[in-house]
Write a protein that binds this ligand. Structure first.
Ligand SMILES: [Fe+2]
Length: 806
C-alpha cells in the first residue's frame, strides 16, 4: 500500500508569506492516487472574508516525523544581502527578468520562462511575493496591439528560507502560470506581464508556437543535461547563440540547477569524487577550511566559470534555484524550456561526506559537527526541500494536458517529430529514488524515519498493483498509450528522453532497472533515438537491440545509422552541459564495444535537427569554442509522411528484405521503397568507405578483403561500381552495393585470394586530428598499404552511403 498524500492548500492575500502563518488549510488526500495532483483551493470558513486570490500550494510531502535540522539551513549564517557581510559567502547575483522601476522594489518579476502546451504556450513567471490577483498577461499578434488578456494560476510552497529574508530581486517564492491556447502553429505572438502588487511590468516580449504536427519544415532544437551553472558558461554561451540562431526550443533532461549541491562547498572531499569542489572560503560556521580544498582542479577546469560574480556555490538550496533560473532568463525568455526530472531535483541532499558532517548538521542542528554514521533520511531536509517540490513549482510542463503527470512525464509534437519526456527517477520498479512502499517491512504501512532515505520520492502517478510490477505504474501505461497512438504519418520521428541512460560504458544497476521498465515499449513502438544524461560525459552508442547487442545492419558508417523500427534504436548520453561535479571518468573500466564515441573532457550540449521525414542529424557542440565534437545522422529507409499506412508495416518489409539479403547474398542488392522524387545513381568510384559489422571476407574491385571483426574500411583498390540513391539533395532512401562476397569457408578453401588488408577508421570516434576530447573505441589492428580515405560529399550536397549486409 502506498502512502496517503497530504496536500497543502492556502489562500493568500497580497503576498503573505505562506509558511507557516496559520492561514494554511491542510487537506488530506486519502488513497494512493497521484501524489502530484493538487486539489483546487476551496473557500474556507477560516479564511472567510480574506479570500480574494487563489494560490495553490505545492504537492506536499510526508511530515509524519518532524524536521530536526536548523531552522534555515546555513541561511541563518549567511548575510542575505548581495555583497554579504564578510563572514560568509558572497551572494551570487544575476539580474532579474524584469528590471524594477525603483531601486528598492517591494516585489518583482525575477524569472520568466515559456514552455509548450498543446496548441499554445505557458508563460511562467516568478515573484518573491504574491500578486494580490490572478496572474495575467496581455497579448496579441503584434507588439503594438496587445488587446487580449489571459489569466492563470499561482502556486507556492514553504520555501526555506522565505523570501522575506532576502533581497527582492534575488528571490522567488510565488510561481505564476498563464496559458494561452488555440493559437496558430509556428506563429509569433507578443505579450506583456502587467504590474501587480509592487512588480514592474515586463517589456513587450514574444514567443513562437510549435510547428504543427506534420509540418515538414526543418527545425533544430538544443538538448542539455546536467547543467547547473558552475562549469557551464561555455554551454550557456553557445546555447544562447543557438537560440538566437533559430533553435526552436530547449529540451533539458534533468539535473537542472544542482541546487542540492549547496553543501558541496561545506564538506570535505571524498576520495571517490572526481574532483574537489574547491571552495575558496567555504566552511561551516566556526569551522576551518579543510585542507582537502587545496586540491587543485584538473587542467582546464574553471571552478568559478559559471558563478556569475565569482565564488563557487550559493550555500542556500533555494538561492541556487533562484540564481540558476535568473541566469537562464535570457534563454528561457526567448525559447520554450522543456524540462524533465533528474536526481538532483529530488531533495536538499543526496549523500553525506566524511565525518557525516551533513548528518550532524541536518539531523541534529550541529554546525561543524560529526556523526557516528550517515543517517540522512527523508526527514533530514526541510519539508519544502523534499519530494521534487522545487522542481514541481518552478516549471510548468504539459503533463496534465497530455495524459501524463505534471513535469514528470509528458509528450509533445513539433513538425515531423514526437518528443517524449520521461521520469527516470521514480515511478517504475527499482527506480533510483525509492517510494516509501519499498522502505517498509512486514506489515508496515508507513516506514519509520530511519527506514527512509533522503531522496525518497513519489510515486507521482498511480500504482495500481504491486510496486514491483512495471505495468502497475501510470507512467508505464501512459508511455504505452502515448507511443501506440503516435501518428507516424505526421511525426515519423519519435525521440524519447529521461535522465537515466539505458546503457553506457559506465555500467550501473539503475540502467538495468530503467531498461526493464521502458526499453521494450520503446523498441516495439519504433522510438528512433533515446537521449539521456546523468553520467557527466558525452557518449554515443551504436544502435542497440533490446539486450544491448549491436544492431550491425543499421550501422552505415561511423557517423550514420539507419533507424530500424521494432529492432533497435540509437542512444546518446549527453550529460556534460556543465555542473559543479565535473566530469565522470572511465577510470580503469573498459570501454564497451557498444560505445562509438566518448568525450570525458569537454562540456557542451546537443543540437538536434530534423531535416525531413527521413533524415535527422545530431551534433555535440563544445562549450569551449562552439565547434562540433561529434555528429550522427539517422536515416529512415522510407518516408512515412504522405505514404504511410503504418510505419511498422513498411519497416517490416525493409527488415525482411535485409534479412533475405543477409542470409543469401553473394550479390547484395537491398531493395527498399524509394520515393518518387529519389534519384538512383550508379557510378564508378576510385575508393569508398564502408562499415563491416563483423568477421567476413568479400571482394570489391580487384581485391578480396578479410575482416576479422567489426570495423570501418576505406576501400582504395578500385574502380568499384556503386549504386546509391539521392533524394532532395540530402536524403538517402536506399543504397545498394553490388559486390561479390566470399564466405570465410570459401576463403579458407582457397577459392579467393586474400590480398591487401585495407585501412581502418576505428569503429568509435572521429579522428583525433579533427576532434579534441573524444577518445576512440578499440581499433582493429591491420596493416595498410597505400590506402587513402575517400572524401565524402557533405550532407548538404550528396550523401554517399553504402549498405553492406552480411
Ligand atoms: Fe544525475
Amino acid at each position: 500500500m502506498l502512502l496517503p498524500s497530504p496536500a497543502r492548500t492556502c489562500e493568500l492575500l497580497f503576498g503573505c508569506s505562506p509558511w507557516p502563518l496559520g492561514i494554511s488549510l491542510v487537506v488530506l488526500v486519502l488513497g494512493k492516487r497521484n501524489r502530484f495532483s493538487m486539489k483546487p483551493a476551496s473557500t474556507s470558513a477560516l479564511l472567510g472574508a480574506l479570500v480574494a486570490v487563489t494560490v495553490e500550494a505545492a504537492p506536499t510531502v510526508d511530515e509524519l516525523y518532524p524536521y530536526t535540522g536548523p531552522k534555515v539551513p546555513v541561511g541563518d549564517w549567511v548575510d542575505p544581502t548581495v555583497k554579504g557581510n564578510g563572514k560568509g559567502f558572497v551572494r551570487l547575483v544575476e539580474p532579474p527578468a524584469v528590471k524594477p522601476a525603483s531601486s528598492n522594489p517591494t516585489n518583482n518579476i525575477n524569472v520568466i520562462s515559456i514552455s509548450y502546451v498543446p496548441s499554445g504556450i505557458n508563460i511562467h513567471y516568478q515573484t518573491p511575493y504574491g500578486l494580490g490577483e490572478s496572474p495575467s498577461v496581455v497579448w496579441g499578434s503584434s507588439a503594438s496591439e496587445l488587446s487580449k488578456t489571459a489569466t492563470g494560476k499561482t502556486v507556492t510552497y514553504g520555501r526555506t528560507p522565505s523570501c522575506s529574508t532576502a533581497v527582492t530581486t534575488q528571490c522567488s517564492e510565488f510561481f505564476h502560470d498563464v496559458q494561452i491556447t488555440n493559437l496558430k502553429p509556428g506563429t509569433t505572438y507578443y505579450y506583456q506581464i502587467p504590474a501587480a502588487n509592487g512588480t514592474t511590468a515586463s517589456d513587450v516580449l514574444s514567443f513562437k508556437t510549435a510547428n504543427e504536427a506534420g509540418d515538414s519544415s526543418a527545425f533544430t532544437i538544443a538538448v542539455i543535461n546536467d547543467m547547473g551553472y558552475t562549469n557551464a558558461a561555455g554551454t550557456y554561451k553557445y546555447l544562447n547563440e543557438a537560440i538566437d540562431g533559430g533553435a526552436a526550443f530547449i529540451w533539458h533532461g534533468g539535473d537542472i540547477s544542482y541546487a542540492d549541491d549547496w553543501y558541496s562547498g561545506l564538506l570535505p572531499c571524498q576520495s571517490d569524487w572526481p574532483v574537489c569542489y574547491n571552495g575558496t572560503s567555504t566552511q561551516l560556521p566556526g569551522g576551518t577550511v579543510p585542507k582537502e580544498y587545496d586540491t587543485p582542479l584538473p587542467s582546464g577546469e574553471v571552478p568559478n566559470q559559471g558563478g556569475p560574480q565569482g565564488g563557487d556555490m550559493s550555500v542556500l538550496y533555494e538561492s541556487n534555484w533562484d540564481l540558476w533560473q535568473q541566469w537562464m532568463n535570457p534563454i528561457t525568455l526567448k525559447a520554450p524550456h522543456m524540462v524533465l526530472p533528474g536526481n538532483h531535483e529530488a531533495s536538499c541532499a543526496e549523500f553525506d561526506g566524511p565525518g557525516n558532517v551533513l548528518t550532524a548538521y541536518l539531523n541534529e542542528d550541529k554546525a561543524n559537527g560529526t556523526a557516528a554514521k550517515s543517517s540522512l533520511t527523508y526527514y533530514s531536509c526541510p519539508p519544502s526541500q523534499r519530494n521534487f517540490t522545487a522542481f514541481q513549482n518552478r516549471f510548468r510542463m504539459p503533463g496534465d494536458e497530455t495524459g501524463g503527470v505534471g513535469n514528470f512525464w509528458y509528450s509533445f509534437d513539433y513538425g515531423l517529430a514526437h518528443f517524449v519526456s520521461l521520469d527516470g527517477e521514480t515511478d517504475y520498479p527499482n527506480s533510483p529514488e525509492w517510494p516509501f512502499a519499498k522502505d517498509v517491512k512486514g506489515n508496515q504501512t508507513h516506514p519509520f524515519a530511519n527506514q527512509t532515505y533522503v531522496t525518497d520520492s513519489g510515486p507521482f502517478g498511480s500504482v495500481d498493483g504491486s510496486y514491483k510490477d512495471k505495468t502497475a505504474y501510470a507512467q508505464y501505461q501512459w508511455l504505452k498509450k502515448d507511443l501506440e497512438s503516435v501518428d507516424r504519418c505526421k511525426t515519423p520521428w519519435v525521440i524519447a528522453m529521461s535522465h537515466r541512460p539505458f546503457y553506457s560504458s559506465q555500467v550501473s544497476s539503475y540502467q538495468a532497472a530503467i531498461r526493464a521498465a521502458f526499453e521494450d515499449l520503446m523498441l516495439e513502438n519504433g522510438v528512433d533515438l533515446y537521449l539521456s544524461g546523468h553520467i557527466h560525459w558525452y557518449e554515443r552508442l551504436l544502435p542497440l537491440r533490446s539486450n544491448g547487442t549491436i544492431d550491425e545492419v543499421s550501422v552505415i558508417n561511423n557517423n550514420t545509422y539507419w533507424t530500424n523500427p521494432g529492432v533497435s534504436m540509437a542512444h546518446i548520453i549527453n550529460g556534460a552541459a556543465g555542473n559543479i561535479e565535473s566530469h565522470s571518468t572511465l577510470g580503469s573500466d573498459p570501454l564497451l564495444n557498444i560505445t562509438t564515441y566518448l568525450d570525458q573532457t569537454n562540456y557542451g550540449f546537443g543540437g538536434l535537427t530534423v531535416h525531413n521525414a527521413t533524415t535527422l542529424s545530431w551534433s555535440y557542440i563544445h562549450g569551449s569554442d562552439g565547434t562540433e565534437g561529434d555528429k550522427l545522422t539517422l536515416l529512415k529507409r522510407s518516408a512515412s509522411a504522405g505514404t504511410c499506412s503504418s510505419t511498422s508495416s513498411s519497416s517490416a518489409v525493409v527488415s525482411s528484405v535485409l534479412s533475405t539479403a543477409t542470409s543469401t547474398s553473394a550479390s547484395i542488392a537491398v531493395s527498399v521503397s524509394v520515393p518518387s522524387e529519389a534519384t538512383t545513381v550508379t557510378e564508378v568510384v576510385t575508393s569508398y568507405t564502408t562499415y563491416c559489422p563483423g568477421s567476413t571476407v568479400f571482394t570489391a574491385g580487384s581485391s578480396t578483403y578479410t575482416v576479422t571483426e567489426a570495423t570501418t574500411l576505406t576501400i582504395t583498390d578500385c574502380p568499384c561500381t556503386l549504386t546509391h540513391t539521392v533524394s532532395n539533395g540530402a536524403t538517402i532512401t536506399s543504397e545498394s552495393l553490388l559486390v561479390t562476397v566470399t564466405t570465410a569457408a570459401e576463403s579458407a578453401a582457397g577459392s579467393s585470394v586474400n590480398t591487401n588488408w585495407n585501412t581502418t577508421v576505428p569503429t568509435g570516434g572521429a579522428s583525433p586530428a579533427t576532434t579534441t576530447g573524444g577518445i576512440l573505441a578499440p581499433t582493429v589492428p591491420v596493416s595498410s598499404s597505400g590506402y587513402r580515405v575517400i572524401a565524402l560529399p557533405s550532407l548538404s550536397s550528396v550523401l554517399l552511403v553504402l549498405l553492406l549486409s552480411w
